[in-house]
Design a protein around this ligand. Sequence first.
Ligand code: AHR
Length: 505
Amino acid sequence: MTSASGTLDPKNEVGALDRRLFGGFVEHLGRHIYDGIFEPGHPAADADGFRTDVIDLVRELGVSTIRYPGGNFVSGYNWEDGVGAQAERPRRLDLAWHATETNQVGLHEFSGWLDKVGSDLMLAVNLGTRGTAEALDLLEYANTSVDTARSRERAANGRPDPFGVQMWCLGNEMDGFWQLGHRNATDYGKLAVRTARAMRQLDPTIQLVICGSSGRSMPTFGSWEREVLTQAFDDVDFISCHAYYEEQDGDAQEFLASAVDMALFIDEVVTIADEVAAERGSDKRIMISFDEWNVWYLSRWQEEALTYTNDDWPVAPRQLEDQYNALDAVVFGDLLITLLQRSDRVRSASLAQLVNVIAPIMTEPGGIAWRQTTFFPFSVTSRLAQGRVVRVPVESATFSSDRFGDVARVNAVATIDEGGVSVFVVNRSTADAADLRIDLSAVRAELGRELRVVEDRLVHDDDPYAANTLTDPERVGLSAAGATVAAGALEVTLPAISWAAFRLE
Ligand code: AHR
C-alpha cells in the first residue's frame, strides 16, 4: 500500500467542458455498420434495419459528436455511392480494408441513426483519391438550403432540410504511407488550404480539422504539424491527433504509462501550433481534435492483414474485433483523464471506434449486444463530467517506465458544476493499492456547502485480463471503491490497476 494526496481547488480551472470531448467514430470497416449497428434481419431491428439494442447501448455510452465515414475508408470513398435508392447503389471494393462495400448505409441512413442515438454528425471528406470539387459537392449536398441541383437531389432522396454538419475533417491520416492518396506535408497542406477556402466560401459557419500526425511516433511528427499549419493556419480551426495504445510483451506496467505519451503528444502539438501563431503575430489558437484514440492491439491486426489474398474481398468481415480486459479499461480511463486535463486545447475527441471494431460495444449477428470493459469508464465519465474542468494535482509514489522515466502512480482530474463535483482517478501501479486523500476545502468553500459521496464507481478486477465475451458478457462490470468524505477530504483506497469516478454533492 502507498499513500497519495491531492487538492481539488477551483483555482486550478482548465476551462468549460466541451461535450465534443465525448465524441465517437464510426467507419465503414469490418462489422461496424453491417452486422453491427445495421442488421435488418435481427429480432431487435427497427423498421430502418437498425438494431435497437445497439441504439440503447450507444445512448447509454453518452456519445456527443460522431465522426463518419472513416478513417482509412474515406480516402477511397465516393459519397454519392451512398445516396439514392438503396437497390441501385453500387457495390465497390474498399481498398483500405480489403473488403466489399455494399453502400446500403450512406449519409441519409447514418444521419437517421444519429437522430436515434442522440449524437451529432462530423464528416470527413475524401482527399485521398478525390479533391476540392468532390468535397464541395458533398458540402453543398449536406448543408445548403439554397435551391440548387444538389439540394433538390437531397430532397428527392428524402431530406428537404440540410443536414447542417458543423465539423469537417480535411481527409484522414494523410501523413500515413498506408493512406490512399498519401502525400507529403507540403502537398497535403496545399490541397487542404485550397479545399478549406473553397468550403468556407460555400459555408462560412463550418469548423475545419486539418490532418495532423497519425501518431506521435510517425517519422514526420512535428515537421508535419509545422508545415501544414504554416500553410493553413488562417483556414482551419483544429488539427487532428490520433493515438492507439496496446500492451506489448506482457509489460502491463509500461502499458499503464500510455497516458503520459498522450499528454506529451498534446503538449507538443499545442507548442508547435502556438509557435506558428507567434511567427505570424496571431492571437488565434488552433484547437486539437483528438479524433482517433483508444486501446488497439494493432500488432494483431497487422498479422491478420497479411493473410488477405487478392481473391478475398468479403462483405463485413470480422476485422479489428479486439476483446478488451480490465487492464485495457484502466488505461482507457487514464486516457480520458488526460483528455480532460488538456481540454482547454483538446476541444473535440472521438473514441475510435464504437461497435465491433476496436469498440466498447460488441454484437453477435442474430444474437446479443454487450458492453466491453472500456464501455464503463467512457459512459461514467460522459455522464458525470459536467460544468468546468479542474486539474487535481496529486503527490504519489512513482514507477519507472522505460520510455518516460519516473511516472506518477496516481492521476486525477475533476469537474465542478452547480450541483456538485465529479472526480476521476486512476491507480497505474501493478503492484500496490493506493490510499488516496483529496483535500476538498477550497471547493467546499466555493460551493458553500458540505459534500458527500453520492456515486462511487470502480473499474477493477483481481484478474486484470478478465474480459466480457459472448458467452460471459457481464464478467467485468462496475463496483464501488468505498470512497468517503471525512475531515473535509475525499478518502478512498484504490486497488492496484484501477480506475474510479465519484460524484460528490
Ligand atoms: O480506427 C482504425 C483506423 O486507424 C482508421 O481507419 C485509421 O484512420 C487509423 O489508422
